[in-house]
Design a protein around this ligand. Structure first.
Ligand code: UDX
Length: 438
């Protein structure tokens, strides 16, 4: 059954959610304070690179089911459900900055004269939903008629459309039967496809999202700590991950060792969870997260140090080629990108850094030259660094590249290159987590 849905905030999460809700057959209006973004989205185009998003936007804006506006008065009493898909960036001290959520509520709530449901999708510290409920109660003419629910999003960049249309689970944090029924109508399509649902209270819903992120980050740091053991003791971390991954209780996913995790979500969300845990006196959790972060930061530092070592102990005046700038393949997002941290370290030590990425466009920044091809990046390089595992890098021709560089040394920060092929072409291949090549 068609519902009227508003989605407030139209970045990665909101734009994809709005398009997904329209694809489920609902009438959707997305709201954003940025008029340029609204204009782009209304023309069926996307302001971000996300696989499959543009066709979905195009289809649903031209069918008239999906539109975007900067004007809250168009959605306030119109929508059956308002989704909050705003950013919760790191504030001072690492806790979540809820400014965008508060600003949206402060604009929307005074216009709500009829009962409605406000559903949070953003990742927030536990306790945020009841605080927003209270804020709305104070501001909305409809008062208690406006209910807050929490329905966290688990989407991964590069798979955001897939994760929205075919979620692996749905979490409904609700305060009433009526809110639950409305969410069931909104998600009627995935529910008819037997998507598992967890129905719970608001705090559990908020914590589920935080816990999922923290667990994923822990898995990555665990395998990176094992990579260090392999380096120290002579093992191969990829084979180790394959072997333990066959154990169904462990699973192979998120056991790829290398430069560690980055991006706009995991690093900031686990920090916010640690800050909240400390506020609530749960130091065992903040301590665990602190270790996960320390291992992750160490991976970036180690790869930069390896590059210095391979460049003869000093990178001043040396040319370093960096393959990859996005925080992971399949996206143009460079927020908290491990590749850029390594590049920054090397530039700070005097290296001339040339970066190539198939999608990410870097704003001009001192010390980096962004180039348009792998050939240009490696031209005259003293060390080549493979830092984001774009599939095309796996199929590079080492013999051809050998003719372009000054020194045939490549550091594989993502453990995805076929070392033997490179070695046959005369390269020295340094892979973290594999002692044999160090
Ligand atoms: C993540 C969560 O997966 C998603 O559920 C949540 O909603 C938002 O945060 P995303 O930021 O898109 O999604 O990236 P993800 O695919 O999870 O990768 C995160 C980082 O971990 C990347 O930098 C990636 O390169 C790194 N990673 C991932 C590893 O280093 N090793 C792995 O085995 C997997």
């Amino acid at each position: 059954m068609t519902l009227r849905v508003s989605v407030i905030g139209t970045n990665y999460l909101g734009a994809t959610h709005a398009a997904g809700m329209a694809e489920f057959g609902h009438q959707v209006i997305g709201v954003d304070i940025d008029p340029d973004r609204v204009k782009t989205l209304n023309s069926g185009r996307s302001h971000i690179f996300e696989v499959g998003l543009e066709p979905l936007l195009e289809k649903n804006t031209s069918s008239g089911r999906l539109s975007f506006t900067t004007d809250y008065s168009q959605i306030a009493d119109w929508a059956d459900v308002h989704f909050l898909a705003l950013g919760t960036p790191s504030g001072p001290g690492g806790g979540a900055d809820l400014g965008q959520l508060h600003a949206a509520i402060d604009t929307l709530a005074p216009m709500l004269t009829k009962p409605t449901l406000v559903v949070g999708k953003s990742t927030v510290p536990v306790g945020t939903a009841p605080a927003l409920q209270e804020r709305i109660r104070r501001l909305a003419p409809a008062g208690d008629g406006v209910e807050v629910a929490w329905n966290p999003e688990f989407l991964r960049e590069a798979f955001a459309v897939e994760d929205t249309l075919r979620p692996d689970r749905l979490v409904f944090g609700v305060q009433s039967e009526a809110a639950l029924e409305l969410l069931q109508r909104i998600y009627a399509i995935p529910l008819s496809e037997n998507t598992p649902v967890i129905t719970c209270d608001l705090a559990t819903a908020e914590l589920i999202k935080a816990a999922a992120n923290a667990f994923l980050a822990t898995k990555i740091s665990f395998i990176n700590a094992m990579a260090r053991m392999c380096q120290a003791a002579g093992g191969d971390v990829t084979l180790l991950a394959d072997a333990i991954g066959f154990d169904k209780r462990i699973g192979r996913e998120f056991l790829n060792a290398g430069l560690g995790f980055g991006g706009g979500c995991l690093p900031k969300d686990i920090r916010a969870l640690a800050v909240r845990a400390d506020e609530l006196g749960v130091s065992v959790l903040s301590g665990l997260i602190g270790s996960v972060e320390a291992i992750n930061d160490g991976q970036r530092r180690d790869v930069a140090e390896l590059a210095v070592e391979q460049a003869g102990g000093d990178v001043r005046g040396k040319r370093i080629a960096v393959l990859g700038a996005a925080f992971k393949p399949g996206t143009d997002d460079t927020r908290n990108s491990p590749a850029l941290t390594v590049a920054d370290h090397l530039h700070a030590q005097g290296a001339e850094v040339r970066i190539y990425d198939p999608q990410a466009r870097l704003p001009p920044r001192e010390g980096f030259t962004q180039v348009a091809s792998v050939d240009q990046a490696v031209h005259g390089a003293d060390v080549v660094l493979h830092l984001t595992e774009w599939p095309e890098f796996r199929y590079l021709n080492p013999t051809h590249l050998a003719g372009l560089v000054r020194t045939k040394i490549i550091i594989d920060g993502r453990l995805k290159l076929h070392a033997a092929t490179w070695e046959q072409a005369g390269w020295k291949v340094v892979q973290i987590g594999r002692a044999s090549t160090l």
